[in-house]
Design a protein around this ligand. Structure first.
Ligand SMILES: Nc1ncnc2c1ncn2[C@@H]1O[C@H](COP(=O)(O)OP(=O)(O)OP(=O)(O)O)[C@@H](O)[C@H]1O
Ligand SMILES: [Mg+2]
Length: 335
C-alpha cells in the first residue's frame, strides 16, 4: 500500500482511490494502463488530472465510473462516500453511478442519442433515475438548458443533436450530467473538441456550476494551463502512474518532477512573443508494451540518473501532501 495521499483538505474524502491498477488482457498481450494510482478528493473540491495522450487518465476515470470493458482487470479500492464501490453487488447498490457520480466526455455525441430530441433525452434521465413525472421532467429540462446558458432553450428542447453546434451539444451533455444533482462530476477533456473561445466558456460554466452546487469535480486534460486557477489539487500522470500530486499552488510554484516542468513548457504563454513556438516534449509517450520496472519518463528525461533506468522511483510525500516520484527532483540541489 502506498503512503496515504491527502492534499485534499481536512474534511473526509468523498472519493478515495487506493492502488488502482488496470490491465487490459488483449489478444496481443497485456496492456498495463494504470499502475498503483492513489488519491483522495474532498467534497466540493476539484482535482485536475493532467498528462499526455496515453498516460492513463481516461482509463482511471472509466474505472471510477465502472465503464471498463470486461477484459480489463481492475485492482485496488475505490471508495465513494464511504462505500467500497467495487464490492457493491446489486444494481440497486450501484444506483449512484450516473446519479451521484456522473461523467462528461470529450465528444458530446458519445453521450447523446442522435435520433432523440434534446428535451426527451434530458427528461429521460430525470424520469429513469429520479422517478419524476413526464410534466415535471420537461419543466426541469427547460430549467437545466437555461442554466447551462443555451439560448432559445424552448426551441432547443425540440431539436436533435445534429442541429446544434459542438459547443451547444457539450452544454446539453453538461445539463444531462447535472440533471440528477451529482456530488461528483468527472469531466474528461470536456473542451478538447471545441474551438478556443468556446473552450473557455465551457470551463467557466463547469466552474460556476461546481461552486453553486458544492459539487466535487475531476477535470481531466492534457493541458496544465486548463487546470491552473481551476483545480484545487493537481495529479500529473505518465505511463499509467502518478508522477506528481500536490495542491495547485505548490504544484505550479515549486514543482518537483521534470515531467511536470516539461508539461508546463508546452503551455502557450500570453506574454510570449507572437512568433514564439511552443516547445513540445522531445520524444513520444511510451507504448504500454515498452513499460518496465523503471521510471516511464526516463527515456525522455533531461534530469535522468542511472537509477531511473533500473527501477521506478517511489511516490514520496514530502510531509506537506506534495507527492512526487523522482530520483532527481527539481530544486533538490538547492539549500
Ligand atoms: N479498451 C482498451 N483496450 C486496450 N488498451 C486500452 C483500452 N483503453 C485504453 N487502452 C490503453 O491504455 C492506455 C491509457 O489510455 P487512456 O485512454 O487512459 O489515455 P489518456 O491519458 O486518456 O490519453 P488521451 O489524452 O489520448 O485521452 C493507452 O495506452 C491505451 O492505448
Ligand atoms: Mg483520454
Amino acid at each position: 500500500m502506498s503512503a496515504t495521499p491527502s492534499p485534499s483538505g481536512p474534511v473526509g474524502p468523498l472519493l478515495s482511490v487506493r492502488d488502482l491498477g488496470v490491465t487490459f488482457r488483449t489478444p496481443d498481450g497485456d496492456v498495463r494502463a494504470v499502475d498503483g494510482v492513489s488519491f483522495d478528493l474532498a467534497e466540493g473540491r476539484t482535482l485536475g488530472i493532467v498528462g499526455e495522450s496515453g498516460s492513463g487518465k481516461s482509463v482511471t476515470a472509466k474505472a471510477l465510473m465502472n465503464l471498463l470493458p470486461s477484459y480489463a482487470d481492475v485492482e485496488g479500492t475505490i471508495t465513494f462516500d464511504g462505500r467500497d464501490v467495487r464490492a457493491l453487488a446489486t444494481a440497486r447498490e450501484r444506483h449512484f453511478w450516473g446519479v451521484e457520480l456522473t461523467m462528461v466526455f470529450q465528444d458530446p455525441m458519445t453521450s447523446l442519442n442522435p435520433v432523440k430530441r434534446i428535451g426527451e433525452q434530458i427528461a429521460e434521465c430525470l424520469r429513469v433515475h429520479l422517478g419524476r413525472s413526464r410534466r415535471d421532467a420537461s419543466a426541469a429540462a427547460l430549467d437545466l438548458l437555461e442554466r447551462v446558458g443555451i439560448p432559445e432553450p424552448r426551441k432547443r428542447l425540440r431539436q436533435y443533436p445534429h442541429e446544434l453546434s459542438g459547443g451547444l451539444r457539450q452544454r446539453v451533455v453538461i445539463a444531462m450530467a447535472l440533471a440528477c444533482g451529482p456530488r461528483l462530476l468527472i469531466a474528461d477533456e470536456p473542451t478538447t473538441a471545441l474551438d478556443v473561445t468556446v473552450q473557455k466558456h465551457i470551463l467557466d460554466l463547469l466552474d460556476d456550476l461546481r461552486r453553486e452546487r458544492g459539487m466535487s469535480m475531476v477535470l481531466i486534460t492534457h493541458d496544465l494551463g486548463v487546470v491552473k486557477g481551476r483545480a484545487d489539487d493537481v495529479m500529473v500522470m505518465y505511463g499509467g502512474r502518478t508522477m506528481e500530486h500536490a495542491a495547485s499552488g505548490p504544484l505550479f510554484t515549486a514543482m518537483r518532477h521534470p515531467y511536470t516542468s516539461a508539461l508546463l513548457e508546452t503551455i502557450p504563454r500570453i506574454d510570449a512573443a507572437a512568433h514564439a513556438r511552443l516547445v513540445p516534449i522531445a520524444g513520444r509517450p511510451p507504448n504500454p508494451s515498452e513499460l518496465g520496472p523503471w521510471c516511464p519518463f526516463a527515456p525522455r528525461c533531461g534530469s535522468r540518473v542511472e537509477a531511473c533506468t533500473v527501477e521506478a522511483p517511489p511516490l514520496v510525500d514530502d510531509g506537506t501532501g506534495h507527492r512526487s516520484a523522482c530520483f532527481a527532483p527539481l530544486g533538490a540541489g538547492e539549500a
